[in-house]
Design a protein around this ligand. Sequence first.
Ligand code: NAP
Ligand code: MG
Length: 402
Amino acid sequence: MVKISVRTPLVELDGDEMTRVIWQMIKEKLILPHLDVQLEYYDLGMANRDATDDFVTVQSAEAIKRHGVGVKCATITPNADRVVEYKLKKQWDSPNGTIRAMLDGTVFRKPIVVSVVPPMVRSWKKPITIARHAYGDIYKNSELAVPGPGRAEIVFTGADGAEQRKTIAEFTGAGVIQGVHNTDPSIRSFARACLAYAISEKTEIWFGAKDTISKTYHARFRDIFAEEAAARTEDLKRAGVSYFYSLIDDVVARVMRHEGGILWACMNYDGDVMSDMLASGFGSLGLMTSVLVSPDGKFEYEAAHGTVQRHYYKHLKGETTSTNSVASIFAWTGAIAKRGELDGTPDVVRFANMLEEATLECVEGGIMTGDIARIASIDVREPATTEGFIDAVATKLTAKLS
Ligand code: NAP
Ligand code: MG
């Protein structure tokens, strides 16, 4: 069989534990037999991050900036236990955090909808993608416990020494106060990344805030989003989609009765809360993909779940595992399709679509791992093993391609 050739190198970021095991299988059985692709490989496995003093993470982010598209395996974010387990020089930062900061990117989480796992919400038919602004608000706050009577004030001292102050509250007894902030550049980058994603995916974009109550803070988000959407009016029109703003309460109510197929841009706290609601509403962590998009349109695809540590320890003991590889496969197909789109090579996009179809047909035909079998609407006599599922997809894909 002639391999389909990919014009530009694809940046590959390897990772840890069970997802590293799956990663290798996906590459060997689903990708490399069919694609002639130059993979620019970075090993973000825990051992190599430690050996390179985490420089490999920085290099991988630079490679994504250079080539435009990367695909990433889940990685360990070390805690104190991991420092001991892997004999680390130090507790290295989260690779995702490092890459996100270097790309100034926003993370979009999108569920994979399969007919045998009906969403909890009856009206949801298509995926609802959520984007969370990952800077500021209560996540970078200053708080004080107020011991008793007194005045709380908010003060800004300009670089020129000029002061602005406002009373927050006159306390007659004990209480609490909190100061939060955000910056225009961060809000703007977020809005730009959301618009880049919506235009690229041809999906409606919704944003909600509480600007009726917060007439300066939340209103600033609303205004910056409106400015950025206006700047891309032509691109939105060409993609056949529009930008919609409403009060956050109204947006929540609409999401619950909408059929889906939208991008929901969220302020930091809303995104934290609502992404968990959507993830459980759509089913399994193994069916959630994630893509990091920079304001200037660089893309890094991955599964939303972690390294599935518990399964890895079973695997190391030689026990059979049933780890879901669907989200990792979709990380590859997302990256490959985007590469094909940017290169103008429709056969590469077609290959990615076929691999997604082959994967979904397996699941819908009753071949699935334990995590999906437990919540599926059909009876599954025996869940597939980790490798058995990937082999079934490989067989189906080969049949489709020939
Ligand atoms: P996790 O790896 O997502 O796993 C949590 C649990 O969810 C698993 O134990 C498993 O449940 C289930 N699960 C998740 N993905 C699954 C899959 N593909 N197939 C089947 N079941 C799946 O999260 P964690 O255990 O909290 O974190 C483990 C490591 O991953 C940590 O070191 C963390 O730093 C890292 N992490 C990395 C990323 C990333 O790179 N993007 C994201 C999150 C976490 P059962 O055990 O009940 O079967
Ligand atoms: Mg949360």
